[in-house]
Design a binder for this molecule. Structure first.
Ligand SMILES: Nc1ncnc2c1ncn2[C@@H]1O[C@H](COP(=O)(O)OP(=O)(O)O)[C@@H](O)[C@H]1O
Ligand SMILES: Nc1ccn([C@H]2C[C@H](O)[C@@H](COP(=O)(O)OP(=O)(O)O)O2)c(=O)n1
Length: 229
């Protein structure tokens, strides 16, 4: 049996990580892991339980206890905590605006990074491969992945995409309403992860001028090139 195909994809908010990674996993017939959803799930759980997000030790304890289950089918990825499906709840503005406070907690990162390594190994074993996406997959969680990609896009393109997704519009008010979730969050997140420049051995794919299908094709071309080398 050939070695499982592990693909790590990082990038800033709105670069297309989740949607492109899902399509790549689907095309390759392997499982998918959205690591951002895990930070979002922990944030949701802390907010539910009124845990003060600035209390680093309390949030770290919640991370260790988090009864998290992730569904890794790229056609229907799900996130559940303690049996409750929170796939929709973790996408609300309330969670999006708070998640960096949780994701910049270094104790939390150590816990979730270990869970992510374990999940990647499990998914790869079950499906023959895995596409995992986030901010530190290419550098910290899976630096030994078969293929490592940094997906980027200009700030303008990322704001436009997120604004269309959240508000169905790219008018000035909608773009401004999206700015905190894209620009401020990336600034906060980049204090603990390096995802604005490709680390050595990581292939940069800039999707600023690509549509969705072209972005998927570009990543699949990298996979072909890197695995046939
Ligand atoms: N290359 C692209 N061109 C246009 N829209 C895209 C492209 N890639 C992704 N999108 C859209 O942009 C939005 C944000 O993509 P998403 O995958 O959630 O990004 P990320 O996970 O990096 O935050 C989604 O609505 C997605 O369909
Ligand atoms: N491997 C990861 C994945 C996400 N994060 C952080 C960064 C983000 O603020 C949150 C949520 O990530 P998510 O990928 O869902 O965010 P976007 O879809 O890119 O807006 O978690 C991280 O620090 N490390």
């Amino acid at each position: 049996m050939s070695a499982p195909l592990t693909i790590a994809i990082d990038g800033p908010s709105g670069s297309g990580k989740s949607s492109v990674s899902r399509a790549v996993a689907r095309a390759l017939g392997v499982g998918f892991l959205d690591t951002g959803a895990m930070y979002r799930a922990l944030t949701w759980w802390c907010l539910e339980r009124d845990i003060d997000l600035t209390d680093a030790d309390a949030v770290a304890a919640a991370a260790r206890d988090l009864p998290l289950t992730v569904g890794t089918d790229p056609d229907a990825p799900t996130v559940s905590v303690d049996g409750t499906d929170i796939s929709q709840a973790i996408r609300t503005t309330r969670v999006s605006t708070s998640v960096s406070a949780v994701a910049t907690n270094l104790q939390v990162r150590a816990e979730l990074q270990q869970r992510q390594r374990d999940l990647m190994a499990q998914i790869a074993q079950e499906t023959g491969g895995v596409v995992a996406e986030g901010r530190d997959i290419t550098t910290v969680v899976a630096p030994d992945a078969s293929v490592r990609v940094l997906l980027t896009a200009s700030e303008e393109a990322r704001l436009r995409r997120r604004s269309t997704e959240l508000h169905g519009s790219t008018d000035a008010a909608a773009v401004e309403a999206t700015r905190d979730q894209v620009v401020r969050r990336d600034r906060d997140d980049s204090t603990v992860s390096t995802f604005t420049e490709a680390a050595p051995g990581v292939v940069l794919v800039d999707t600023s001028d690509l549509d969705f299908d072209q972005s998927v094709a570009a990543v699949l071309a990298v996979v072909t090139a890197e695995t046939s080398a």
